[in-house]
Design a protein around this ligand. Structure first.
Ligand SMILES: Cc1cc2nc3c(=O)[nH]c(=O)nc-3n(C[C@H](O)[C@H](O)[C@H](O)COP(=O)(O)OP(=O)(O)OC[C@H]3O[C@@H](n4cnc5c(N)ncnc54)[C@H](O)[C@@H]3O)c2cc1C
Length: 266
């Protein structure tokens, strides 16, 4: 269900087939993320390189496969997500593996590592989201065309499509109706003078919102490890597919395959 047609940012990965949900890459910081992995590893031997080559790829694979993850924490990405609230509930759980900040002391830049040692700051991902206290929502809801049921052997695995004789179209109509009604009540409440922060309380979880996510390459890989898997909910899996496609060229250069990410650390 959509009231406004939004154009997707350039290069965005469309996630949920409705021209509303997407994930796009805002920034991957300026220096080569692949070279940063090897140079941060090689600093142990006081070595640095200007160009990434095949030997570096082997080193990167070795580091990843043997759980030497810290070199993967120097390369950062900022993603822009537009996703339903319930997808963000899952995404916001990814909290570790990033600490991109520009620190200065007396005007001079201070490296993150020094700052962390000195001030023992956290290394969390940074999520920033549209505020429903300040912004009046647009009536954009994610409503699937195909509905799913829990698998017969329990609800721990990913759900499966309901059979063809299930009335998917009717179920969708009912959901759209509910969203419309809830949104109309939300707008009416605001018109009666109720603050947005209160009026929003009865809006459904499939309302679209947006957030920026800044995260290290290791944090990205950890997210992909869990959310590319078939047991992750389909909707967040689509965002994982999007994130994967946006970092794939860097992962290819590092020699890190999709299988080795999903397989996890040894
Ligand atoms: C299929 C699936 C089902 C899920 N079901 C639920 C659910 O029912 N309810 C629910 O609340 N969540 C659920 N989750 C979310 C899950 O519990 C994690 O919060 C989420 O996957 C993020 O993973 P993480 O904690 O490893 O990530 P991050 O927070 O990014 O942490 C990354 C890694 O850092 C380390 N770390 C993080 N914090 C600490 C710490 N305090 N101390 C020591 N080490 C730390 C751990 O090694 C961790 O794996 C589910 C996740 C999946 C994939």
């Amino acid at each position: 269900m959509t009231v406004s047609e939004v154009s997707l940012p350039e290069g965005a990965f469309e996630t949920l087939g409705d021209r509303i949900g997407f994930v796009s890459l805002v920034d991957s910081m300026r220096s080569d993320p692949a070279l940063k992995v090897v140079n941060s590893a090689r600093i142990s031997y006081d070595k640095q390189k200007q160009q990434f080559d095949e030997r570096d790829q082997k080193l990167c694979q070795f580091l990843w496969e043997h759980g030497h993850t810290s070199p993967y924490r120097h390369s950062f990405y900022t993603f822009h997500w537009k996703a339903p609230l319930f997808v963000f509930r899952q995404a916001f759980k990814y909290q570790v593996g990033s600490g991109w900040r520009k620190y200065t002391v007396d005007g001079d830049p201070v490296s993150l590592e020094v700052f962390d040692v000195l001030f023992d700051t956290d290394k969390g991902c940074s999520w920033n989201e549209v505020s429903g206290r300040y912004v009046q929502w647009t009536a954009e809801f994610y409503v699937p065309h195909t509905f799913r049921s829990n698998p017969p052997h329990g609800n721990k695995q990913a759900s499966v499509d309901l059979p063809g004789d299930f009335d998917h179209a009717r179920e969708r109509e009912l959901m759209v109706e509910e969203c419309r009604e809830a949104f109309a009540r939300y707008e009416a409440r605001i018109a009666r003078g109720v603050a947005k922060e209160i009026a929003r309380m009865c809006l459904p979880q499939n309302l679209y919102t947006q957030a920026y996510w800044t995260v290290s390459l290791q944090g990205v890989m950890h997210f992909l490890e869990q959310r590319l898997k078939p047991d992750a909910q389909y909707e967040i899996r689509r965002y994982a597919e999007g994130v994967y496609s946006l970092v794939k060229s860097d992962l290819d250069r590092l020699g890190i395959t999709r299988e080795s990410i999903i397989g996890g650390l040894k």
